[in-house]
Design a protein around this ligand. Structure first.
Ligand SMILES: Nc1nc2c(ncn2[C@@H]2O[C@H](COP(=O)(O)OP(=O)(O)OP(=O)(O)O)[C@@H](O)[C@H]2O)c(=O)[nH]1
Length: 405
């Protein structure tokens, strides 16, 4: 309903404000031999086909020879599993440079097409298992990922680790990026570790992480771990981009657990109580019992899986194989019921809409007429002279009115 309202309300002006997306889409279709104006944006296709094709075709920019060669080189390197190519591809999707952003989208479309083809050969089953891992600072995330990652590469898997660091958006990466993490895993040829992008909004960082997941899968990594720290909204963003969400909890006293949000516990498919060794076994058991009863009270997220609470120690290795066994059991149950595939489909849509929202809001705030009217209207709203609803309507009208009217 909300979406219908937005599309109806913004109509074609919305499309006018996202030319880069359309240009890439059109460019891509063009490159693949589709020359007519074909767009898949719901609700707009008919109108575009009839009236807007000329305007859209103006956005088509051919790839230059060097650009073409660069993309071919990156693509070939990526799908043949070269780590350096994967790193370069991720750098391309992280770029802020407008033209490179366009190239990144062309590359991504190609990787997506490749992956879809491979999935078809795999009876429609996803090629990789995406796992999100979150926990408060110091919960033992990197130690855990190092141990689990090594175990998995030892069993013949290819593991990639991506990070979403919420602090990178404000302080330049102080929460996760400063120390050397996962030293052994980073030397493993079957592992690929990528730190969080170091700047941008959380929306921007999540977007590039989502795209990096696609690239890792294209490069043949069958397990993709996305790590984040339990601060701010990044946990929810990560939960929205993975097949399974795992919460890591340290066996600490009640006070230290206050930072863990109830909302995120509800999203957990598995809770791992970390550092369950030596003197910490007793508090770890207590926390396990507490979380087990807490989870029972929460609404079930899935028909085929009940969230579980396990204990593990990265230092002694105890419980680690069991954690992975639980993850596999989850994946198998969710695949068998089709819920995993359904979740991925829903995530694609959520992702698209959050990008649209972020983009539209940005264009709205930067629109000359909105900028002109905003200070005055904001002031009048705060003094009570104009209702917020009227102010919003006036600003939206300024945004959607054509420049000449
Ligand atoms: N006893 C014990 N200590 C652990 C274990 N795992 C991690 N630690 C310790 O807990 C501290 C934090 O571990 P990290 O793995 O760096 O935790 P993290 O969650 O990645 O930390 P941040 O990246 O700072 O959020 C370190 O001092 C580790 O040595 C474990 O299994 N047992």
């Amino acid at each position: 309903m909300h979406h219908m309202y937005c599309t109806a309300r913004f109509g074609l002006p919305l499309l006018r404000h996202i030319p880069s997306f359309l240009s890439i889409r059109t460019l891509w279709l063009h490159k693949r031999g589709f020359t007519g104006c074909q767009t898949t944006i719901p609700g707009h296709s008919c109108r575009l086909r009839r009236g807007k094709s000329t305007a859209l075709s103006q956005h088509i920019q051919e790839l230059s020879g060097p650009e073409h060669r660069l993309l071919n080189k990156l693509y070939e390197g990526l799908i043949t599993g070269k780590r350096a190519s994967l790193a370069e591809c991720i750098t391309l999707v992280e770029t802020q440079h407008p033209r490179k952003k366009e190239l990144a989208q062309v590359l991504l479309q190609r990787v997506l097409a490749y992956r879809t083809e491979q999935e078809k050969r795999n009876d429609g089953r996803p090629l990789a298992f995406r796992v999100g891992l979150s926990g408060p600072p110091g919960a033992g995330k990197s130690s855990f990922i190092e141990v689990v990652g090594k175990m998995l590469t030892g069993r013949g898997h290819k593991v990639s680790v991506l990070a979403v660091d919420p602090s990178s958006c404000t302080t330049g990466g102080s929460l996760m990026g400063d120390k050397t993490r996962m030293t052994e895993l980073s030397r493993d040829m079957n592992a690929f570790i990528r730190p969080s992008p170091t700047s941008g909004t959380l929306g921007g960082v999540t977007r590039t992480t989502n795209e990096a997941v696609v690239l890792c899968e294209g490069a043949g990594y069958d397990i993709v771990l996305v790590e984040t720290v339990g601060v701010g909204q990044s946990e929810f963003a990560v939960a929205d981009m993975v097949d399974m969400f795992v919460l890591l909890i340290p066996p600490a006293g009640g006070d230290e657990l206050q930072g863990i949000k109830r909302g995120i516990i509800e999203r957990a498919d598995l809770v791992v109580v970390t550092k369950s060794d030596g003197d910490l076994v007793v508090p770890a058991r207590r926390i396990q019992t507490e979380y087990t009863s807490a989870l029972k009270l929460l609404r079930r997220q899935s028909k085929s899986w009940n969230p579980k609470v396990v204990r593990a120690s990265s230092h002694s290795g105890e419980g680690i194989p069991d954690v992975w066994a639980k993850m596999e059991a989850y994946r198998d149950a969710m695949l068998a019921s089709g819920e995993l595939q359904g979740r991925r489909r829903a995530q694609q849509k959520v992702w698209m809409w959050s990008l649209i929202q972020e983009n539209v809001l940005c264009h709205f705030q930067n629109h000359p007429r909105v900028r002109e009217a905003l200070p005055h209207l904001e002031e009048r709203v705060t003094t009570g002279a104009v209702s917020p609803g009227l102010a919003a309507d006036l600003l939206l009208r300024a945004f959607t009115s054509s420049p000449s009217s």
